[in-house]
Design a protein around this ligand. Structure first.
Ligand code: AMP
Ligand code: ZN
Ligand code: FE
Ligand code: FE
Length: 294
């Protein structure tokens, strides 16, 4: 690593590896974090805990405490509500079964989007998308990369803008959990749920009370794209609802979201506060959604 790379803050509670839609393998991700001065890092891949064991081992070697986590994207009228789950157990078979169902839904959704793209005249193959994902949890970033490579869009980001974002022609909505179900699922498996990037939730102040009732424990107040006033607004809401203010870079490795590992300030006291919420709140709500076909 080049000199001067140690420029990050010491805590990062939101990071992605190749196990989902990040660009780096989990070991490489931890190495980069360590080189930037990160000492506590959550590996929060979408719908999978597969990278956790190797990340923890590398973290042990380099002095980085790796917190097992996953990010659950949800589908509802509340916009993009993503639930980060901290301290879940990678050996929890029942949780893994639910995550597998979510990953299968992801795969089918991307398959449908590929079909739509092909019908629209944008030739892209599912095999290539899978190759880009390298066995990880499939997502639109892999599709965006395939579209970019094939020359259908001038940049990776523009694939989202013109083709695969909500309200774009090749978009297919996901079949998955509703926000309350995601919070309940995390609680049922002993994890600590936190709302990721609250700026993408539509009607945040109206949704929060029900999420809190279901067991939400934290909120990502510190996030790369947050303005100081949005951070302040989130901190006020967190205080109002007794939520632990958390933060993270949402690093994927392609420059999106604008921050490198350890790129945003995260208050050190939030680690202990999150830990104190483990198993503390029983969810009154159960994730009983019928697991239907796409
Ligand atoms: P998916 O989980 O398949 O719906 O994909 C969501 C992921 O796509 C997010 O975690 C982001 O990393 C990425 N993403 C969503 N919208 C954009 C965008 N406009 N530009 C770049 N990346 C995006
Ligand atoms: Zn992602
Ligand atoms: Fe997210
Ligand atoms: Fe994320």
């Amino acid at each position: 690593m080049a000199a001067g790379v140690t420029t990050g803050y010491s805590i990062d509670l939101h990071t992605h590896s190749l196990r989902s839609d990040g660009a780096l393998g989990e070991v490489e991700l931890i190495r980069r974090a360590a080189a930037r001065g990160v000492r506590i890092q959550a590996l929060s891949d979408h719908d999978t805990l597969m990278g956790v064991a190797a990340a923890v081992a590398e973290g042990d070697r380099l002095g980085v405490r790796v917190i097992p986590a996953t990010e659950l994207n949800t589908e509802s009228e509340w916009g993009d509500v993503h639930i980060l789950s901290y301290f879940v157990d990678p050996h929890d078979d029942a949780l893994e079964e639910r995550l597998r169902w979510l990953r299968e839904n992801r795969g089918r959704r991307i398959e449908l989007m590929v079909e739509k793209l092909n019908a629209l005249g944008y030739a892209v193959s599912l095999d290539r998308v899978r190759e880009i994902a390298q066995g990880g949890s499939l997502g639109r970033p892999h599709l965006a990369q395939a579209l970019f490579e094939a020359g259908h869009v001038p940049t990776y980001d523009s694939a989202f803008v013109t083709l695969i974002s909500k309200d774009s022609p090749a978009y297919v909505s996901r079949v998955g959990l509703a926000p309350l179900e995601a919070v309940a699922l995390v609680r049922e498996h002993g994890g600590v749920p936190a709302l990721a990037h609250p700026g993408t939730t539509v009607g945040l102040d109206r949704l929060l009370p029900t999420l809190v009732e279901a067991g939400l424990a934290g909120m990502e107040c510190y996030y790369p794209s947050h303005s100081p006033s949005r951070t302040a607004y989130c901190l006020r809401l967190a205080a109002q609802w007794g939520l632990v203010p958390t933060g993270g870079s949402d690093f994927h490795g392609r420059g999106e979201h604008g921050a490198d590992l350890g790129g945003v300030f995260v208050p050190p006291e939030c680690i202990e506060a999150l830990e104190s919420r483990r198993g503390g709140v029983r969810s009154a709500y159960h994730s009983t959604r019928v697991e239907g076909e796409l």
